[in-house]
Design a protein around this ligand. Structure first.
Ligand SMILES: NC(=O)c1ccc[n+]([C@@H]2O[C@H](COP(=O)([O-])OP(=O)(O)OC[C@H]3O[C@@H](n4cnc5c(N)ncnc54)[C@H](O)[C@@H]3O)[C@@H](O)[C@H]2O)c1
Length: 330
């Protein structure tokens, strides 16, 4: 590894994935500085370093924090993430996801911070030509969300090509799970992700879960997705940063397991693990949902030594359940 790191600025570090990464950064003896506007993140999830409340839509906010802390690197998680909302409010998504990233890059250039790990998504691929999806597949994002992230990838590529930044673009598949001690976990509001909603339905909190489509060309008719434990994702961020420090200029890597799990398989695993049956209603397919999305992980394995040890579905659900039981007081 290059020069030893002292501090990392974690933009969006009060959110789900960012808070788990902060915890891991601190465990490696590096100070995580969180920059967050708390629009969807939580003050109580910032425990391992200072919280600077600010907004990436305001370049001065981010520049001030970069100048103050002079971090060795930035990890950028802040974004609007609810895909359906992006279709209703495209400007909000482009402004926050793409405009915010541009502000961050400009602020990094002004303050001389070089290394960036960026949270991208498998949504940049759109309907894949084939699965598992490798990084070489063409990107045809189908949603405003996916396009707002793909645009950042293209900007990063242009800037990295002229030596303006060293960047790791990490395309997560479905982040899931929680810290094994139940301390932090997934707390989106509204929650649109399957596992927390299915656990809620199993616990009898709120309405029945919606299952979108049972007539897909998959083994049981429901959509198949690639779930990756949030701690495995966190590991990959530190590995990517190590690679940048060793001289890589640009990394683009999928983060998934390669093993897809169907919606019905998730519900079955929840029943097995919690002893409770998630109640659901079958709804129409959602437009744009691909039958199967799973990652070709060969490149992440080779480059980052990525080995998703906690990402089997039982461990993911056990960890998520432990967190939610505590959160819901049950
Ligand atoms: N959760 C997933 O399954 C998943 C999958 C693929 C990609 N991603 C990407 O990973 C990143 C993190 O996702 P998450 O699930 O942790 O989301 P999250 O909503 O829990 O976290 C995002 C954080 O960014 C902050 N934020 C948003 N806009 C901001 C702004 N203008 N200024 C400052 N802070 C701002 C929020 O307050 C929040 O703390 C996102 O970029 C998302 O697109 C997530």
């Amino acid at each position: 590894m290059g020069r030893e790191m002292k501090r990392i600025l974690v933009v969006g570090g009060a959110g789900y994935i960012g808070s788990h990464v902060c915890r891991m950064i601190a465990a490696r003896g590096i100070e995580p500085i969180v920059f967050d506007n708390l629009s969807s993140g939580h003050r109580h999830a910032v425990k391992w370093g200072p919280l600077e409340v600010g907004d990436i839509r305001v370049q001065g906010d981010i520049e001030r924090v970069l100048a103050r802390y002079k971090p060795d690197a930035v990890m950028h998680f802040a974004a609007c993430i609810e895909v359906g909302e992006g279709e209703r409010s495209p400007l909000r998504f482009w402004t926050n996801n793409t405009g915010g990233a541009l502000n961050l890059l400009n602020a990094m250039a002004t303050t001389g911070v070089e290394n960036l790990v960026f949270s991208s998504t498998c949504a940049v691929y759109g309907q894949p030509e084939f699965v598992p999806i490798s990084e070489r597949q063409a990107c045809h994002p189908l949603s405003v969300y996916g396009r707002s992230k793909r645009a950042v990838e293209q900007i990063l590529s242009d800037v990295a090509n002229v030596g303006g930044v060293r960047c790791a673009i990490l395309r997560y598949f479905n982040a899931a799970g929680a810290s094994p001690d139940g301390d932090i976990g997934e707390e989106h509001d509204p929650e649109t992700h399957l596992i927390p909603n299915a656990l809620k339905a199993a616990a009898g909190i709120g309405p029945k879960m919606k299952l979108f489509g049972t007539d897909y060309p998959t083994r049981d008719g429901t959509c198949i997705r690639d779930y990756v434990h949030v701690l495995d994702l966190a590991d990959a961020h530190l590995a990517a940063l190590d690679m940048l420090k060793m001289g890589e200029r640009k990394i683009v890597a999928n983060l998934g397991t390669g093993d897809g799990v169907s919606v019905l398989e998730i519900l079955g695993a929840i029943e097995r693990i919690t002893g409770l049956t998630p109640k659901y209603e079958v709804c129409e397919r959602r437009p744009g949902d691909a039958p199967v999305l799973s990652a070709d992980t060969a490149y992440a394995e080779e480059l980052l030594g990525f080995n998703p040890v906690r990402s089997d579905i039982d461990t993911i659900i056990e960890d998520a359940w432990r967190f939610h039981r505590r959160q819901w007081g049950i």
